[in-house]
Design a protein around this ligand. Structure first.
Ligand code: G3P
Ligand code: MG
Length: 247
């Protein structure tokens, strides 16, 4: 069972910061999941929301901010706001950190609401530069983006993210066909949509199923019975214990 620290060890530490990533080490887990977007001046940065303000003391969007502007921002959290590890990181910083660990990095391209020109090529170039093609999985809710990835680089593994909205709009057969067309290795469904049929049909087509975001022990126990291949969780240490006790 592949366990990923979702946005880092984000149940206890500020999501998508180097601090949360460092706190994901030594937990005996498989990997870390991050969200990637691009700044106005073309820098790949790690942040979940398309806009600022939920976590950091800034306004506006990632797309319309320069990297320098983003780097000046501090967390709103009074206790953590001056911590060096709690700035918005670049993808490059995260790759540098992951490179010498046993962890796999799931890079989620956050391009389902905002489009970032050439973000797929930019990500692949930097992953290649770090010689980490076999250490990353690239995922997206935007299947066109996954198709681009597979055309640009057939070595890098990809995953199609399936949330409740996609599941409502397209039936399972169509979703699995998209995975095939995009040459995905994985399908990443939300825990709200995954069920026995979903896992069985995906497995039948050779797809590995990794479920997001699993923060409940009860749900985790159900997923173990469904024989899913991995999960994303904000509580990697707790979920890892459940997995070790129930497999
Ligand atoms: O990659 C899994 C999960 O992170 C997708 O949803 O909104 O948490 O990025 P979200
Ligand atoms: Mg994500």
């Amino acid at each position: 069972m592949n366990i990923y620290a979702h946005r880092g060890n984000s149940g206890f530490f500020p999501e998508n910061t180097m601090y949360a990533f460092k706190k994901s080490l030594d937990l005996g887990i498989y990997g870390i999941e991050i969200d990637v977007q691009k700044t106005k001046d073309g820098i790949l940065v790690v942040h979940h929301d398309e806009t600022l303000g939920r976590m950091f003391d800034g306004k506006g969007s990632i797309k319309k901010s320069t990297f320098e502007q983003l780097r000046e921002l501090n967390l709103k959290d009074e206790e953590l706001k001056n911590k060096a590890d709690c700035k918005i990181p670049t993808l490059e910083e995260v790759l540098e950190f992951i490179k010498d660990t046993d962890l796999t990095l799931n890079i989620e391209i956050k391009n389902n609401k905002v489009r970032y020109k050439n973000i797929e090529k930019d990500i692949l170039d930097i992953v290649k530069q770090y010689e980490m093609e076999d250490k990353v999985v690239i995922s997206s809710f935007n299947y066109k983006s996954l198709k681009r990835i597979s055309k640009l680089n057939s070595k890098v593994k990809t995953a199609y993210l399936v949330g409740p909205l996609t599941f409502k709009r397209r039936n399972l057969k169509k979703i699995l066909k998209i995975c095939k067309d995009c040459k995905c290795t994985y399908i990443h469904p939300s825990c709200d949509v995954v069920n026995k049929e979903f896992v069985a049909e995906a497995h039948k087509r050779g797809l590995l199923v990794q479920v997001y975001t699993v923060n409940s022990v009860t749900i985790m126990k159900k997923l173990i019975k469904l024989k899913v291949d991995g999960v994303f969780t904000n509580y990697p240490k707790i979920i890892n214990t459940i997995v070790n006790e129930n497999l």
